[in-house]
Design a protein around this ligand. Structure first.
Ligand SMILES: [Zn+2]
Length: 209
């Protein structure tokens, strides 16, 4: 049922999504928007990608330096309190995202692909600032039902991360609810977004005025 509602919404909103696309060439801050209306170039690769400590990630996972440092701090503190927050998907190249999206289209059709996956250039994972997390099961699809999710809800902002695709915000973010996907925006912005219950889209709109 939920899926049908999303698909209907997507059909209604498809005039806005993936239209009037703005290209971000060289992001210098941490709170810039990448979504269905803002994209990175196919050649964009962050220059400060760093490997995440294997204690807090699956094999070979990279984030930009500041996001990597803060994710490790987050994960370390969670572990101390008895929670295991593991990075399962982080930086993805333009080419890899292209493959992922195309596979979704082949597998589940065009509308489902646009609801659940980003077209190449439009994925936050290309920024090197986004991380999909899970508990020790590594099954991020079930992350919402874990005690780790509850910890993330209350603590992620203290380390500069926001829940990027909150429930029922599809009409604004363009993506279905993803309890596992967090975006690094820096401590001050994350705290502001958390305290005011905003999406990154709303935050950017308020700040562009
Ligand atoms: Zn993600």
């Amino acid at each position: 049922m939920e899926k049908i509602i999303y698909i209907l919404l997507l059909i209604i909103l498809e005039n806005d999504f993936y239209k009037d696309i703005n290209t971000i060439y060289n992001p210098t801050n941490y709170d810039f928007l990448i979504n269905k209306n803002n994209k990175l170039t196919n050649g964009y690769v962050p220059q400060d990608l760093e490997l995440i400590d294997i204690n807090y990630s699956c094999k070979d996972k990279y984030l930009r330096k500041e996001a990597r440092i803060n994710f490790e701090k987050l994960s370390k503190q969670a572990k101390k309190e008895g929670f295991n927050i593991i990075a399962v998907s982080t930086y993805r190249s333009y080419e890899y995202q292209e493959k992922l999206y195309n596979n979704y289209v082949l597998d589940k059709g065009f509308y489902y692909a646009d609801m659940a996956s980003a077209r190449a250039g439009h994925s936050e994972h290309q920024t090197g600032l986004a991380v999909d997390v899970a508990d020790l099961s590594l099954d991020y699809d079930n992350f919402e039902s874990t005690k780790e999710f509850n910890w993330m809800k209350n603590n992620a902002h203290k380390y500069g991360f926001i829940l990027r695709y909150p429930k029922a915000m599809f009409h604004i973010t363009g993506f279905k609810y993803e309890p596992w996907h967090y975006r690094y925006v820096g401590n001050d912005v994350a705290t502001y977004i958390y305290e005011n219950n905003l999406t990154l889209e709303e935050y950017n709109l308020i700040n562009s005025r």
